[in-house]
Write a protein that binds this ligand. Structure first.
Ligand SMILES: Nc1ncnc2c1ncn2[C@@H]1O[C@H](COP(=O)(O)OS(=O)(=O)O)[C@@H](OP(=O)(O)O)[C@H]1O
Ligand SMILES: [Mg+2]
Ligand SMILES: [Mg+2]
Ligand SMILES: [Mg+2]
Length: 322
C-alpha cells in the first residue's frame, strides 16, 4: 500500500520489452531494507525481479532521484503500519545496495525470500490491477505468502469492469463509496488464508488488525464456473484456455485480470479456476507464483502445473467427462 501512485512518469522498457517503473525499484528497495532491518541477526537471501543496471546508468540520474525520493517518502510513513522508519533518510548508495542485494538465486536448501515488487506492471501503469508479492521459502517449501493488492475491489463484480465501465468510478477517484485495496496472507499448514483491508496514504487512521478469513469458492457446477486468465495474449494462450473451458462445459466469460490478483480472486472465491499457459520457451519465474500459491492452498484450493495434475483433479475431470 506504500505506492499508490498511478503516475506514468519514468516508465521504462527492459531488454525483454516488459515494463519497469519507479514503483518496481522503490518497492524492491523498501522491502529489502525492511527485511534486513528486522532480521539483522540473520543473513537475508532475497530472490527478486529487478536489478540495478538501468538505474545505475549515467543517463538515469532523474530516474534514480525519483526512486530515492519515493523510497524515503514511503519509509517516512512506516510508523503508520507499526514499523520503524530509518533514523535519517536513506542515501542513493544505500538504496542501490538494498535493490541489488536481492540477487540471491534461491534453491532447495535454506531460507529464501521471494519478491515481485510490482507484479502486473502493465496493470499498474494502466491504473488497473497489480500486486506486491512476497513469499518465504524454507527447504524448498513455501511457508508464508503475502499479496498486497492496492486496486483490488471489495466487491467481486467490480473486478471484471475496466476503466471504461460506467458503474465503477475511476481508480483515481477518492470517494469513500468505492472501497478497494487489501492485503492477503497465509502461513503453511494453518489451513487459513486472510484478507486485511489496506489503508491508503490519504487516510488519517493507522493500521489495526481487521483481517477476515477467506476461502475458495464452493461452486463445482461447470455452468456456474468462472475462470481467470492473464489480460495480455503474450502471457498466456487465450485460445487454448477457451478450448479447455469449452470441453469442461464452462459457460461464463473468462475474467481477464492483470497480476497475481488472479490468485487473490481464487482464494477469495471470486472465481473458481485460474489458467495460465505461457508460450513455449518462456520460463515461469518463482516470484510470479510463490505468494499466490500458498494463499490459494491455505484457502482450500489446489495449484498445479499442467504436466502434473494431482490425482484428485484428474479423477474429477475424468468423472465429469464420462
Ligand atoms: N511471455 C510471457 N509468458 C508468460 N508470462 C510472462 C511473459 N512475459 C512476462 N511474463 C510474466 O507475466 C507477469 C504478468 O502476468 P499476468 O498474468 O499478470 O499477465 S497480464 O498482465 O494479465 O497479461 C509478468 O510479471 P511482472 O513483470 O511482475 O509484471 C511477467 O513476469
Ligand atoms: Mg516485470
Ligand atoms: Mg511478476
Ligand atoms: Mg514485477
Amino acid at each position: 500500500g506504500l505506492v499508490s501512485s498511478t503516475s506514468n512518469e519514468h516508465v521504462m522498457s527492459k531488454d525483454d520489452d516488459s515494463l519497469v517503473t519507479v514503483a518496481d525499484w522503490s518497492v524492491q528497495a523498501i522491502v529489502s531494507w525492511m527485511l534486513s532491518e528486522s532480521l539483522s541477526n540473520q543473513k537475508v537471501s532475497i530472490v527478486a525481479e529487478e536489478d540495478v543496471q538501468t538505474l545505475s546508468k549515467s543517463d538515469s540520474v532523474g530516474l534514480l532521484t525519483a526512486v530515492v525520493n519515493t523510497v524515503n517518502e514511503c519509509l517516512a510513513e512506516a510508523p503508520k503500519y507499526g514499523l520503524q522508519s530509518p533514523k535519517k533518510a536513506l542515501g542513493t548508495s544505500q538504496i542501490l545496495e538494498a535493490i541489488s542485494q536481492c540477487n540471491s538465486t534461491g534453491g532447495r536448501k535454506g531460507r529464501h525470500w521471494v519478491l515481485d515488487p510490482v507484479d502486473g506492471t502493465l496493470g499498474f501503469v494502466r491504473g488497473d490491477q497489480y500486486a506486491v508479492a512476497l513469499a518465504l521459502i524454507e527447504e524448498g517449501k513455501i511457508v508464508i505468502g503475502v499479496l498486497g493488492c492496492p486496486n483490488y475491489p471489495r466487491k467481486k463484480e467490480w473486478l471484471s469492469h475496466h476503466h471504461s465501465s460506467q458503474t465503477m468510478p475511476k481508480m483515481s477517484d477518492t470517494s469513500e463509496t468505492w472501497e478497494k485495496g487489501c492485503v492477503m496472507y497465509a502461513q503453511r499448514g494453518s489451513g487459513e488464508a486472510w484478507m486485511q483491508p489496506l489503508i491508503h496514504g490519504n487516510k488519517k487512521h493507522t493500521w489495526s488488525n481487521s483481517a477476515q478469513r477467506v476461502q475458495v469458492s464452493s461452486i463445482d457446477d461447470p455452468a456456474l464456473t468462472t475462470f481467470c486468465e492473464p489480460v495480455e495474449r503474450a502471457n498466456t494462450n487465450h485460445s487454448f484456455s477457451a478450448g479447455v473451458a469449452h470441453s469442461m462445459g464452462f459457460k461464463k466469460q473468462p475474467l481477464r485480470v492483470h497480476s497475481m490478483v488472479k490468485y487473490a480472486a481464487i482464494a477469495r472465491g471470486d472465481a473458481e479456476i485460474f489458467m495460465k499457459f505461457a508460450q513455449s520457451g518462456y520460463k515461469e519465474k518463482i516470484w510470479d507464483h510463490a505468494a499466490g500459491v500458498i494463499i490459494v492452498e491455505e484457502a482450500g484450493g489446489v495449484v498445479t502445473d499442467v504436466w502434473r495434475p494431482p490425482p484428485g483433479l484428474l479423477k474429477g475431470f475424468v468423472l465429469r467427462r464420462s
